[in-house]
Design a protein. Sequence first.
Length: 210
Amino acid sequence: MLGNHGRGLTKALFTRPALALGRLGVTPNMLTVIGTILSVTAAVTLLPRGHFVAGPLVLLVVLVADSFDGILARATARSSVFGAFLDSTMDRLADGAVLGSLAAWAALSMSAGTLRTTTIVAALAAMILAATVPYARARAESIGATAKVGIAERTDRLLVALGATFVVGLGAAQWVLTVALGYVAIASFITVIQRVWTVYRQTQRTGEPA
């Protein structure tokens, strides 16, 4: 949802810088790989150690810069099937690094008890379900359907998780992060259901067996 509204803004802000990078010989695929390396590095080195102010800020910058590859590809007419595949694959690595690092922090730093267990479970559930959301869309497209619906896109999930992490870093109670991770997991699950139902209706209209 937030991702849809933000694309026009990022296009307006970053088209010129992206074109400048293109003139320097930087390709969209280079930006995709570099962005993923930076995201994974920042996540696994900062979040498990409890750097909950610096970590989210660095990752937010990288997340914003992540739009450069798509903007550059469209602006220079260099969009490709492989580029879309690479971008989606790299996004899964970055998302897994963020949510997995939060699970690692909970396991290593929180006091033993119900809150720690709940946080770990919520982080792992969010990681699995967040990966299932784009898979559902990709699988739908492979059978000729479309499944772009859902309440929790990638940007939404990351902003909620990183926003709560930042707030905890500023001194909020740890359960704030637990609630945020639980929301990401539940919203991702709802999105998967929405996409499954959308594809089901499309296949029924085309006469496919249930």
